[in-house]
Design a protein around this ligand. Structure first.
Ligand code: AMP
Ligand code: MG
Length: 337
């Protein structure tokens, strides 16, 4: 094999479930879906039913949203260039286009032709030539997606990839399932996408660990209640070319290449999984300065940035919730407003 695909880490934000004491026993569902390992934990009398329904919901969404699964909504749209999308797919695509506008194109699901050319998360990753990328760049942009009644259409050779937002959307749907079943305490990790429902059974907040992108441990932990925490990072998925260059999976839609970010990871915390997922990808592309400027303007979310020069920079509202990790060499800094 010429090039080796590596999954550097499947879970980038980890739930620390230790310390859950008391009479309540958690019900746990583990599954592999959307190309990642997922663990769902719920407490309460309807926990089993809630988990079964949440698992079905995730599998159904994968069936709709996967770029690579033949027959999915997204597959049909990309292959036929026109499709009658299911309501959820259409709603998510609309939301994704709105996030593209909000982030000035840093998050852009029309990067699909570039994602396919690099194929970083696929079996045969490769480095496209400059000429190939230059030819693909004009295919990227929200203007290539058209809605007309029930029909969605793409311009020739264009495509969409919801991989940067689908797990966040799935976590919102899981939250809705938990609410419908009256779950008051639960925690869900869909790869790097975490949702914590309520508090731990003993009333203390859930603890969500932000992975150390440079090692096996954590860079910090966050004490959270009723929140979504989504991490994007170059370390999560990458491949090493024969010349030793490492290429990661988050592309800069403006250049067509993996984003040359001064960040190692971005964790966005807010009350909506879809937004947290879109923003974490976008802010990684923007880099530290762009991400901090975006936060000052957009508000409505919190974040933890881990920079390539060894700093953990967090929004000031997280000060009381963030615990520094002992034994790591990071400098911890609150981001000025
Ligand atoms: P995430 O792990 O949520 O940051 O999403 C990364 C995945 O989203 C990649 O594996 C691609 O499938 C897709 N992607 C890559 N770059 C972008 C981008 N700039 N905007 C939207 N999706 C992207
Ligand atoms: Mg994302």
């Amino acid at each position: 094999m010429l090039r080796r695909f590596t999954v550097a880490a499947l879970l980038c934000a980890l739930l620390l479930l230790t310390g859950c004491t008391g009479a309540d026993t958690p019900k746990v569902l583990s599954l592999f879906a959307m190309d990642t390992y997922m663990t769902l934990t719920a407490y309460g009398k309807d926990a089993d039913e809630a988990l079964s329904e949440a698992g079905r919901t995730i599998n159904d969404l994968e069936q709709l949203l996967s770029r690579t699964r033949e027959g999915s909504d997204v597959w049909q749209l990309n292959h036929n260039h026109t499709a009658r999308l299911q309501a959820q797919t259409a709603a998510l695509l609309h939301a994704a286009l709105q996030y593209a506008a909000d982030t000035d194109g840093a998050f852009d699901v029309t990067v699909a032709p570039l994602v396919e050319a690099w194929n970083i998360t696929g079996e045969t990753p490769r480095v496209p030539s400059e000429a190939e990328l230059a030819a693909l760049l004009p295919l990227v942009g929200s203007e290539h997606v058209h809605f007309s009644g029930a029909l969605t259409t793409l311009d020739a050779d264009c495509g969409v990839d919801l991989g940067g937002i689908a797990k966040g959307y799935a976590s919102d749907q899981v939250a809705a399932v938990f609410a419908a079943h009256g779950i008051k305490s639960g925690a869900v990790s869909l790869g790097g996408n975490v949702y914590v429902c309520g508090s731990r059974p003993d009333g203390t907040p859930w603890r969500v660990a932000v992975k150390d992108p440079r090692g096996d441990g954590f860079a910090c932990t966050l004490a959270l209640r009723d929140a979504f925490a989504v991490t994007s990072g170059a370390y999560q998925r990458s491949f090493t070319a024969p010349d030793g260059t490492v290429y990661h999976h988050i592309l800069n839609p403006a250049t067509g290449a993996p984003a040359l970010s001064d960040l190692l990871s971005v964790t966005v915390v807010c009350d909506q999984g879809t937004m947290a997922d879109a923003y974490s990808t976008a802010l990684f592309v923007m880099g530290q300065e762009g991400a901090e400027a975006f936060w000052r303007k957009a508000d409505g979310f919190s974040m933890v940035l881990i920079t390539a020069d060894g700093r953990v920079r967090y929004t000031p509202d997280l000060a009381d919730q963030l615990t520094k990790q002992e034994g790591v060499s990071y400098v911890y800094e609150s981001i000025p407003r």
